[in-house]
Write a protein that binds this ligand. Sequence first.
Ligand code: PMP
Length: 352
Amino acid sequence: MTARPRKGLRDVDPYTSPQLDVAARLNTNESPHPLPAGFFEQLADVVRDLPLNRYPDPMATRLREELASATDHPVAGVWAANGSNEILHQLLLAYGGPGRTAMTFEPTYQLHGRLCWITHTAIARGALPPDFVLTDEQVRQAGDARPDVVFVCSPNNPTGNAQPVGIVRDLAEALPTSLIVVDEAYIEFADAPTATTLLPTHENVAVVRTFSKAFAMAGARIGYVLTSPRLVEDLGRVRLPYHLSSLTQAAGICALHHRPEALALIAAIRVQRDRIAAGLASIEGVTVYPSDANFVLFVPPGDARALWRRLLDRGVLIRDMTAVVPNALRVTAGSEHETDLFLKAAKGSLTG
Ligand code: PMP
């Protein structure tokens, strides 16, 4: 007896990235810096007293209140989940689904498309211009396609550039009954402005953020969305009961108490990002894309896959993006030592 899976299920590979034990793991845009000791001490104290025999607060009220005060956004418009991936999933459960369409502008974060497939949402794939920056042309395309959901990733993964807030506003106004999802997973690394300035006037905008990158908490799985109270109510309709564990809520609250220390590390990561970009640009034949995030996309001379393999042989794991951007690789900005290892390996492989 074998159960018959959903049509096409077995044609799809699980979404994973290698977690190899190498000297420099620069493939998933994590932070190289552990959280401060004070965070763990505070969390341990809180966890000791947690009533784990009871279900957690289904509304994650305290975490949402802390997020509201950290972001200066009304708590009724704040929602939290297990990583921003779960937020994106919930948004599609509520605003996508069978008979509905979401639009992406490629190349972008591949999970947006995969979440459409998971939620049976049709996908309309638009294209970013050659410099990857959205323009009026994409607003026109979206206006013609009339999708129910539009994804804008800013800064965009894997290209690194932020998108103009004015274009997000134009999308929200051209599609007043559609949901404009702005994925700001990397916004803390950018000088570019956030789309949260649109929230008071544009109820159909949802700004999605994560603790996984600038907050150095990828392992804790915490993401959140800043949007309108109406949309938060809708997410309450599709979330699983008690989706966010007491442990996760506690970790999020403690992390917000240590926000200044975490945010202080951003400057150090940006220094490494800029070193990587400058180091790569100094190698003949390498094209480097400008980045507002904690990673750099580049196109090497010769075969990128072969370079990816040579770097791995030298203990440096980066991300093969050749399926998304022709012959491109993406490297995360980690510690100073990791940048040294990466640049040495890249120079050795490309000029040796
Ligand atoms: N959005 C973007 C653009 C990302 O790159 C990532 C992580 N790679 C996520 C969302 C998901 O992050 P998390 O679920 O860890 O919050």
